[in-house]
Write a protein that binds this ligand. Structure first.
Ligand code: FAD
Ligand code: NAD
Length: 326
């Protein structure tokens, strides 16, 4: 037997039904929406509780079913599930690719451009920090699975030796757990509609939102003519996935990458310095006068703020700029 609650926000809530056999409970949510995708639905099953969240046009519809019990608790705020560390691989001297496995009864697909929160208990205090999931490689073909079978979630995370959270994360052993929240963020793939030129400005780990974006745009946007990444780092050793990026320029002629170093060794003959109007105006060349452009920017706060200011000075409009922030 099941008792249930349906928490809802928004003008009209989808109705739902369930039916049960000896081995299976099927829950059907009638959304009357055509554009429901797999990343609009998050499902978790923990102990006696089954939770299904459907995200439709900025509203979240939550079904929480407690088998044999009345539902208790607060359903606002972020929901966390425990994920197990499967592998950890060095990507640069201080940045690692972490792979976590979702619980077997969770369906969660983080939408492109969104982040989640990771939570660890550090000396009796819960610490939470945001991180942006990436794909396992830049070169793997972009595939949103047709079935809810994506069991892994990947992160590129820089370890700061004097940081609060990342040294603890780095100390996790294979098999250890971390809590992972629901996704958050305001990037929408509709910003890609009819897009012709995509410019990505990333600094340091500000590269992480660009990974899925790049993959998605090159695979799913037929109008796209040019995708250019300007990647700002301190030194060559700090560049995340440099060889993947260079390989991608050969694999897809629409893609180009330019590295800019703020603290290069003297032999570096590429671009140097911090983000500047000169660097940007040279880089942001449209494929045609009236082409539809989107510029995505992410990095340390001063980088992003200065970048946006320069973009406005170069006459790019608000709608043509998307910045990733907390
Ligand atoms: P912190 O304790 O925050 O310290 C960071 C550094 O600053 C350390 O070197 C520390 O010594 C120094 N520091 C701390 N306080 C001070 C101070 N008062 N004065 C001077 N220096 C100080 N990071 C990633 O690696 N990958 C991602 O995918 C990613 N995604 C993100 C998504 C979002 C939306 C946001 C907002 C951030 C994201 N970050 C990402 C950054 C991440 O959330 C953390 O900020 C980062 O991991 C540092 O956490 P920490 O607790 O280890 O370090
Ligand atoms: P970093 O210290 O290695 O710097 C990388 C480059 O950023 C530098 O080479 C420089 O070009 C530029 N930069 C750094 N400080 C600057 C300043 N004060 N003014 C102008 N330009 C500056 O960067 P990092 O340690 O990899 O940090 C990456 C940052 O990106 C973090 O602050 C992280 O929180 C942020 N981030 C945000 C998101 C998001 O909001 N969605 C996602 C990932 C990372």
């Amino acid at each position: 037997q099941a008792t249930d609650t349906l928490a809802r926000e928004g003008p009209s809530s989808p109705s739902y039904d369930w039916f049960q056999t000896d081995s299976l409970v099927t829950i059907v949510v009638y959304t009357k929406q055509k554009d429901i995708t797999l990343d609009s639905v998050i499902v978790d099953h923990q102990d006696d509780s089954f939770r299904a969240e459907t995200i439709i046009k900025d509203y979240s519809y939550l079904i929480n079913i407690e088998l044999s019990h009345a539902v208790q608790g607060d359903f606002s705020g972020l929901f966390y599930r425990q994920c197990q560390l499967i592998s950890k691989e060095d990507v640069t001297h201080d940045t690692r690719l972490f792979c976590f496995m979702l619980p077997p009864s969770t369906h969660l697909q983080v939408p492109i451009g969104q982040h989640v929160y990771l939570k660890l208990t550090i000396t009796d205090t819960e610490i939470v920090k945001p991180y942006t999931p990436v794909s396992d490689s830049l070169l793997s073909e972009f595939k949103e699975p047709a079935l809810p079978n994506n069991k892994y979630i990947y992160f590129l995370i820089k370890i700061y030796p004097a940081g609060l959270f990342t040294p603890e994360l780095d100390h996790l052993q294979i098999g250890d757990f971390v809590f992972v929240s629901n996704p958050e963020g305001n990037f929408k793939t509709s910003q890609f509609q009819e897009l012709e030129d995509l410019f990505l400005l990333a600094a340091g780990t500000g590269f992480t939102p660009m990974v899925k974006l790049l993959n998605y745009a090159l695979t799913n946007i037929p109008s796209l003519r040019k995708v250019k990444l300007m990647f700002f780092n301190k030194t060559e050793d700090d560049i995340i996935w440099r060889s993947h990026l260079e390989e991608l320029t050969f694999k897809d002629k629409r893609f180009d990458v330019e590295f800019v170093l703020s603290a290069p060794i003297s032999e570096w003959n590429g671009k140097q310095g911090h983000v500047s109007p000169a660097l940007l105006s040279e880089f942001l060349k449209r494929s045609s006068d009236k082409s539809k452009v989107l510029i995505c920017i992410c990095g340390p706060t001063p980088f992003t703020e200065q970048g946006i200011k320069f973009l406005h000075e170069l006459n790019f409009s608000k709608d043509e700029i998307h910045s990733f922030t907390a």
